[in-house]
Design a protein around this ligand. Structure first.
Ligand code: ASP
Ligand code: MG
Length: 423
């Protein structure tokens, strides 16, 4: 059994969907679970719908109309007749969204977000499944919410592995008896009470890993618009090279530090079962891409860079001149957890504690306010955090030449520096 994941860019318009069908046609004889994200920028567009709904904004209907027209255009582009059943399926999704929008938004932002935003994946998989069918490729559409069970931590739901494993192992082989290929959604799940949840932005990779884990898949493939995993984001670094192979360990570290090609939660379940993962280009499906697996070392073994912009560095000290010791630290961490702020780098001295994090306007101001009640907090913003794995001393020198370094940390394999951004 193979598990494929196609991201938003791979289904961003009618041509892209045709390309996905062409790739899948090569695997007709395989048992295949295909996990698909929302089309193009649909998730962002649905987030705008949620905001308009929560703020009771007058442009709510317009915001939703944008999403509807985008999908109708793709249906037109794929040549679906006005009376094709997929048109009704798509309409039904919008009816479901309307129902949510008619309720008062009294159950909180996270709940509403998940009920609305998850519809993007339901739309995309309906369309992909119907198109494959039309192209002569019989398949089964599966509602991922029937098998991926989570808690009710909306927007960042935690998977209930026991139940999910049972459900996946029971449903998928049963469905495979009918057709070799199953089309399902990334990013979404449901609580035991059947409320829709999402697994965190860009979570479709993680969904594919969940299916792979539960099914003991032979391999998982993520199809992307890049040739594989690169040693750096070419936006920030000119000499990026494609990596042929990456050890699980390196992959976990790189994604943890913010390499955005793969969702950070993806690798662990695969590593646990020794399932290899490949990142391949849907634009050049004949290429091998990058393989992540049980390798001794990453190849080629070059420095890998992760750049995070718009960072803020907090320096926290106690108001009563006490040391930053266990009790203060646990208070600081619980505030971070409460505000769902993720620590990118930290360092402590006797009297102060420094933390670098993304300067998220939805989180940082309220976090600063809460911290300020108990602590003295100073901060620097507009910073860049660069993480280098497999660095040489000269790599760091080059990187920081002429820049102000605010914080630096090195272990044997990984160096991290916080520098002032230059514009
Ligand atoms: N559609 C979701 C997002 O854009 C999930 C994903 O693409 O992985 O975040
Ligand atoms: Mg995506």
């Amino acid at each position: 059994m193979l598990v494929f994941k196609f991201g938003g860019a791979s289904v961003k318009d009618a041509d892209a969907v045709r390309n996905v069908a062409a790739i899948l046609a090569e695997y007709k004889r395989e048992q295949l679970v295909v996990v698909v994200s929302a089309m193009g920028k649909t998730t962002n567009a649905l987030e705008a719908v949620v905001d308009a709904y929560m703020n009771r904004s007058s442009d709510l209907a317009d915001k939703l109309q944008v999403v509807r027209e985008f999908h109708e255009q793709i249906l037109d582009g794929l040549g679906f007749e006005a009376n094709h059943p997929v048109r009704t399926e798509i309409n039904n999704v919008f009816v479901e969204i309307d129902w949510v929008l008619e309720e008062e938004p009294s159950r909180g932002y996270g709940y509403s977000y998940d009920q609305i935003v998850a519809q993007g994946e339901l739309l995309s998989t309906r369309i992909v499944s119907a198109y494959l069918e039309k192209a002569g490729y019989a398949n089964t559409w599966l509602d991922a919410r029937d098998v991926i069970q989570t808690d009710n931590n909306y927007r960042e739901a935690k998977v209930n592995w026991d139940t999910t494993t049972k459900l996946v192992r029971w449903r998928i082989p049963e469905l495979m008896k009918k057709h070799n290929i199953i089309i399902t959604q990334g990013f979404i799940g449901a609580t035991s009470e059947n409320f829709t949840t999402t697994l965190g932005r860009e979570g479709s990779d993680y969904s594919a890993a969940i299916f792979s884990f539960c099914l003991d898949a032979q391999e998982m493939t993520v199809w992307k618009d890049v040739p594989g995993v690169l040693s750096a984001d070419p936006k920030f670094y000119d000499d990026a090279v494609k990596l042929e192979q990456i050890s699980y360990h390196d992959a976990i570290e790189l994604t943890y530090y913010g390499a955005t090609v793969i969702h950070p939660k993806t690798i662990k379940p695969l590593e646990n079962k020794g399932i290899p993962m490949r990142v391949r280009s849907f634009k050049a499906p004949q290429e091998k891409g990058t393989s992540i697996g049980n390798y001794q070392a990453t190849k080629p073994l070059v420095p890998c860079f992760i750049f995070k912009t718009d960072q803020i560095l907090l320096s926290i000290s106690a108001k009563d001149f006490s040391f930053i010791a266990e009790d203060n630290l646990s208070r600081i961490f619980s505030l971070f957890a409460e505000h769902r702020a993720k620590v990118n780098l930290m360092q402590n001295s006797a009297i102060s504690f420094s933390i670098c994090l993304d300067n998220d306007p939805h989180k940082v101001p309220t976090l600063l306010e809460a911290l300020g009640r108990d602590f003295r907090v100073l901060y620097n913003d507009q910073l860049k955090l660069v993480t280098v794995r497999h660095y040489y001393p000269s790599t760091i020198e080059q990187l920081t030449k002429g820049k102000t370094i605010l914080l630096e940390q090195r272990s044997r394999q990984t160096a991290q520096v916080v520098i002032r951004e230059t514009y």
